[in-house]
Design a binder for this molecule. Structure first.
Ligand code: CTP
Ligand code: MG
Length: 219
């Protein structure tokens, strides 16, 4: 059986609300509840572990196991993984993505198996043209080939041994730099494949994102 780790221990500074972002009401319920609901509908998921701020452990949705998160996101993943027994594979998901569907979780799990890779990660094709600027911060040095660019989301699904090894061998500096977990696998030479996802699987970062997510969830 798979285990799902939901990281929900951030403070949500850019959202600017009083309570942690994962617990902010969204279409009538705490944001984290939407991800828990989607995961409950995934037959392969036998256990859900939620990393929360240490002073909000009582906010864990019913039927989930709560652990205190760490200072940075990857540390929260590490704490949740340590609390998850030996279940394999491991799904990592941000509470800040409340629009992830059961179908997407299922597809990511299926792709991990079908590909034989160490990780399968949700991603949407980039629609903007992306340019890189030089050291002065404004002169364009090149335009990237958009056909090969993907905007990376969660869920990210891992073979347990690969995620454990990557987290165990990364220094605290590396963990602090990691904006996703798949990068830790890439650094260690592992294989990561993308799972095409919908751009609607947005991350709630700022107040405008909260309004967009609310509109999408109420639809
Ligand atoms: N997260 C976590 N532990 C941390 C930091 C982040 O579990 N120490 C989680 C957040 O709760 C969120 C996800 O990682 O679900 C993505 O992080 P982000 O969107 O940056 O959320 P916050 O860190 O809460 O927001 P901010 O950076 O604006 O403070
Ligand atoms: Mg953050």
């Amino acid at each position: 059986m798979a285990v799902a780790l939901i990281v929900a221990a951030g403070r949500g500074e850019r959202l600017g609300s009083e309570r942690p972002k994962a617990l902010v009401p969204l279409a009538g319920r705490p944001m984290v509840d939407w991800s828990v609901d989607a995961l409950r509908a995934v037959a392969a998921v036998g256990q859900i572990v939620v990393a929360l701020p240490f002073d909000h452990l009582d906010a864990a949705p019913a039927g989930t196991a709560a652990v205190a998160g760490g200072m940075v996101r990857s540390q929260s993943v590490r704490e949740a993984l340590a609390a998850s027994g030996s279940a394999d594979p491991v799904i990592v998901h941000d509470a800040a993505r409340p629009l992830a569907t059961a179908e997407l979780f299922d597809r990511a799990l299926g792709e991990l198996t079908a590909s034989g890779a160490d990780a399968a990660i949700a991603a949407a094709p980039v629609t903007d043209t992306i340019k890189e600027v030089g050291p002065d911060g404004r002169t364009v040095s090149r335009t990237l080939d958009r056909g090969r660019l993907w905007a990376i989301q969660t869920p990210q699904v891992f073979r347990r041994a690969a995620l454990e090894d990557a987290l165990a061998t990364a220094s605290n500096d590396v963990l602090a730099q990691a904006t996703d977990d798949a990068w830790l696998i890439e650094r260690a030479g592992g294989q990561v494949v993308v799972v095409p996802s919908d751009p609607e699987n947005i991350k709630v970062t700022t107040p405008v994102d909260l309004r967009i997510a609310e509109a999408l969830l109420k639809r």
